[in-house]
Design a binder for this molecule. Structure first.
Ligand SMILES: *[C@@H]1O[C@H](CO)[C@@H](O)[C@H](O)[C@H]1NC(C)=O
Ligand SMILES: *[C@@H]1O[C@H](CO)[C@@H](O)[C@H](O)[C@H]1NC(C)=O
Length: 389
């Protein structure tokens, strides 16, 4: 009897031991993060990260509701742990651009797996750099706010990013990334402040997200495959853009992109595909644009394969980027210019498999126009402006 009881007690002891080590909760305050808005909290954040990264059990790093000055934070893997959560209630604030002139990325996750960031604010304080760029002085490019490099199984949820110096979010060489319930805010005039840039990455979803910024809301670079953008509001900003592609002669393609249930308000572009007008190995194939509302958008639907600012190395050349299988359906609203639907494709590689259906875009309460060059495709029912495919 006593022996059975002892065995049972021992068993209970192990159960409680297991559950106590099952999940680890740590607080950046315990590592000395002050949260006074002035003292650099980076060393404390990195110490907390190191504990989480070398832990064998899922770990939550809690960031209390205070303002933390963070000079720079690189959360580097690989880790023993593939379940690290940052639960942020506070605001992380960046230094002035002058003190981080040579830094390209402010908060970075590099070579990590299974990281979740929930809540919080990243305030990159970009305005003095924008002012510098505005007056054409010799200014640094600036750092991107949040970068995810060479990582896997990453979730960014309910995070707010403010006033990036350069891009707000960069997802590069990564796999299975979900961005959800994120808010991005920068003024319309802020230069180069892309919302989310995706490149060389597989399986990225951007969901339930609002982006107001001075450059592209989402920019999609070479090597992006399986990208879903759903329930996103964009504007002000330059829209959702595949490209610019074909900047270099050798490039990976963009494949399987879906953009659904998106609203553009007062943006420069809506749905754009853009490539340099010169040779390149890249391509775009398998794109679905569906259920999109345009409010006063300058170029609601546009493919531009003759991009060549300052005629840099393009004259007399055509884009090498082959664009194929792109469908546009259920796209409604208002255009701020007469040509609401423009397909300006490469003479060397005409666009093919373009389809339009159920489009209703107006200009100043009247019918808009469409433009076609080097493009092959099909027109379904209810297309206005009249299709030129
Ligand atoms: C994110 O915000 C949404 C909407 O407020 C909420 O329903 C959801 O529970 C939040 N997610 C997390 C993980 O806190
Ligand atoms: C990408 O996502 C799909 C569906 O969510 C999944 O089936 C697939 O395994 C993922 N691919 C990789 C490489 O993880």
């Amino acid at each position: 009897m006593t022996m059975l009881r002892n065995v049972a007690l021992l068993f209970l002891f192990f159960i409680s031991l297991l559950s106590s080590i099952h999940a680890l909760d740590i607080n950046v305050a315990d590592f000395g993060a002050k949260g006074d808005g002035k003292t650099d909290a980076s060393p404390a954040f990195l110490e907390a990260w190191n504990v989480a990264c070398s832990s064998l059990t899922p770990t939550t790093i809690y960031v209390p509701r205070k303002r933390y000055f963070l000079s720079q934070a690189i959360f580097l893997g690989p880790c023993l742990n593939s379940g690290i959560t940052f639960r942020i209630e506070g605001i992380l604030a960046a230094p002035n651009y002058k003190t981080m002139a040579s830094i390209e990325n402010w908060v970075t996750f590099d070579k990590v797996e299974g990281v979740t960031v929930i809540g919080g604010f990243l305030d990159a304080r970009g305005s003095s750099l924008w002012a510098c760029k505005d007056t054409n002085k010799d200014c640094p490019d600036g750092a991107s706010t949040l970068s995810i490099f060479s990582s896997k199984d990453i979730t960014i949820q309910n995070l707010t990013l403010l006033d990036a110096k350069l891009y707000h979010v960069v997802i590069h060489s990564s796999e299975n990334v979900i961005v959800q319930g994120v808010r991005i805010y920068a003024p319309q005039e802020s230069p180069n402040t892309d919302g989310i840039h995706v490149q060389n990455s597989l399986n990225v979803s951007i969901l339930d997200t609002g982006i107001k910024t001075g450059d592209d809301c989402v920019s999609i670079g070479p090597g992006t495959k399986n990208l879903l953008i759903q329930r996103v509001a964009c504007g002000p900003g330059h829209g959702i853009s595949i490209g610019s592609l074909g900047k270099g002669p050798v490039e990976e393609g963009v494949e399987n992109v879906a953009v659904r249930n998106v609203v553009f308000t007062g943006t420069q572009n809506g749905l754009r595909i853009k490539s340099w007008g010169r040779p390149s190995t890249g391509y775009v194939k398998g794109v679905v644009f569906k259920q999109v509302l345009m409010n006063d958008v300058q170029y609601p639907i546009i493919i531009d394969q003759n991009y060549c600012p300052q005629n840099e190395g393009c004259p007399g050349q055509n884009s090498g980027i082959q664009i194929s299988d792109v469908s546009y359906s259920a796209i409604k609203g208002t255009s701020a210019t007469k040509v609401a639907m423009k397909f300006d494709c490469s003479a060397k590689n005409p666009c093919k498999g373009i389809s339009v259906q159920d489009i209703k875009l107006t200009y100043q309460g009247d019918s808009a126009e469409s433009f076609c060059q080097n493009v092959h495709g099909v027109t379904g029912s209810y297309v206005s402006p009249p299709s030129c495919l």
